[in-house]
Ligand binder design. Structure first.
Ligand SMILES: [Zn+2]
Ligand SMILES: [Zn+2]
Length: 328
């Protein structure tokens, strides 16, 4: 099969022939129909996240099951599925026993310990796959498995109350979905965007207001929840100026630089800084459901697998409007 292989840290991806895998016990083989490229792919290529090389990245894979391994009962050939980041955990540690596998230290992650989706075929543990809702195209479904799942998890975790205002910082792959999810859930939604050239698109996504930074957010009355999808620690720190008392800042974008905070802000406004990730399959189900109902639409640039280096370059430079998806 053809796959995009990252030969070594910091190296250019290479399209090459690799052996087509066979499903082992409890695994399924998926013919990949769409695979989104996340900014995390850049962090992985640069070694900022753990993982061996050579390896195949891609943690937004969707496709059709073409073979099932021994012991698989809940999935069958022909099923349309996607696979989130966590495929398997130890099942024995405190966090696995508590039903919080995201905190297990022995995770098998899609594109980490397990092969990712930038390929013609991919193996996955059957129990980790999620059936796609009818009517949701592969191209629309793929980015929900990281970008959509992450931002919807963050919004649910922040627990906004009726009438509260939600701001989204960073309008890219995650942010363009976060704006739509916040609107779909009925909240006044403010986009924090430094790129005026995106304003028309951001309005079309449903944003009620667009501001440029934290002070701009404060000037329009602030937000009770900031969903931060930015990849810049400085931009995150800046946006906190626009958080209302008792507000929640939800960090989802990653930057290795530490976040510095004013303790006066924390104390006097009693704000909360919350980390969030993909917080459980219930939220993935909801994120997919809203996409299937047409309330959230992925704006994607599509590429063929052999064009993936061009797509990667645009992701790396922040030029993609708003998600790059490899389709077959
Ligand atoms: Zn991702
Ligand atoms: Zn565990």
């Amino acid at each position: 099969m053809k796959a995009a292989v990252v030969p070594a840290m910091h190296s250019q991806w290479r399209i090459q022939e690799v052996p087509k895998p066979e499903p082992g016990p409890n695994q399924v083989l998926i013919r990949i129909r769409a695979s989104g490229i996340c900014y995390t792919d850049v962090h992985q290529t640069n070694g900022a996240l753990p993982g061996n090389f050579p390896r195949i990245l891609g943690h937004e894979p969707v496709g059709e099951i073409v073979a099932v391994g021994p012991g698989v009962t809940a999935r069958k050939v022909g099923d349309r599925v996607g696979v989130p980041w966590i495929q398997a955990t130890c099942g024995r540690c405190e966090w696995c026993k508590r039903g919080k596998p995201m905190f297990c230290e022995q995770q098998v992650g899609t594109s980490g310990a397990a092969q990712g989706g930038h390929a013609e075929y991919m193996l996955a543990f059957a129990g980790a796959t999620m059936l796609l809702p009818d009517g949701l195209s592969y191209e629309q479904a793929a980015p929900i498995f990281c970008a959509g799942y992450t931002v919807w998890s963050g919004l649910r975790w922040a627990d906004p109350q009726p009438g509260q205002r939600v701001a989204v910082a960073g309008i890219g792959g995650l942010g363009h979905l976060a704006v739509q999810y916040a609107k779909a859930a009925g909240f006044d939604t403010i986009a924090i965007s430094r790129s005026p050239d995106k304003d028309t698109l951001i309005r079309q996504l449903g944003a009620d207001e667009i501001v440029r930074d934290g002070q701009g957010l404060a000037r329009v009355g602030g937000a009770d929840v900031i969903l931060s999808t930015s990849n810049s620690t400085d931009a995150m720190a800046d946006s906190i100026q626009g958080l209302r008392p008792d507000g929640r800042f939800v960090a989802m974008g990653f930057d290795p630089k530490p976040l510095q905070l004013s303790l006066a802000d924390l104390i006097t406004r009693r704000i909360r800084i919350i980390g969030s990730q993909q917080n459980g399959p219930e939220y993935l189900y909801e994120a997919l459901d809203l996409a299937a109902k047409g309330k959230v639409k992925v704006l994607a640039e599509t590429y063929r697998l052999d064009e993936i280096n061009r797509a990667y370059e645009r992701v790396e430079k922040g030029q993609v409007r708003f998600r790059a998806v490899v389709t077959d």
